[in-house]
Design a protein around this ligand. Structure first.
Ligand code: RB5
Length: 149
């Protein structure tokens, strides 16, 4: 799978670990940065990853900041992106099965590296269930359309 990844300074080390994990599983990773621990602004990186997903450059994305919150809010501003902050594997699975989340977020100050890998693995292994869930996801898309006027 071709995945985008992005992070702020607080999650630089975590990003490197997750990127290596993904590549060891055979995924292709587009690293949008940031590429150091120098202080930076999470919306920059959430936006880049989300735009990569929305444009089809990558199939899905992973965004990481201190809490996962700010960068997920930024990612969700891009049309068509459904980004979920997950701090454990169950939510990550549900984010795919019920919400068709195309971007996963978590916090480098919230979860450890090994738990983060489990969250990523569960999210990647799950499939969208469609059916009634597709109707609800379509309703989310309608909110975007309605507020675009
Ligand atoms: C940076 O200090 C921190 O605010 C950021 O990583 C993130 O947690 C914001 O939501």
């Amino acid at each position: 799978m071709k995945l985008g990844i992005g992070n702020d300074h607080s999650a630089y080390g975590m990003k490197l670990e997750i990127k290596q994990h993904l590549e060891s599983l055979g995924h292709e990773v587009v690293d949008h940065g940031t590429h150091s621990v120098e202080r930076t602004d999470y919306p920059t990186w959430g936006r880049l990853v989300a735009e990569g997903v929305a444009s089809g450059e990558v199939e899905a994305g992973i965004v990481i900041c201190g809490t996962g919150i700010g960068i997920s809010i930024a990612a969700n501003k891009v049309r068509g992106v459904r980004c979920c902050v997950c701090s454990e594997p169950y939510s990550a699975r549900m984010a795919r099965e019920h919400n068709d989340a195309n971007v996963l977020a978590f916090g480098s100050r919230v979860v450890g590296v090994e738990l983060a890998k489990m969250i990523v693995d569960e999210w990647l292994a799950a499939d969208f269930l469609g059916g009634r869930h597709a109707e609800r996801v379509a309703m989310i898309g309608a909110i975007e359309t309605d507020h675009d006027r």
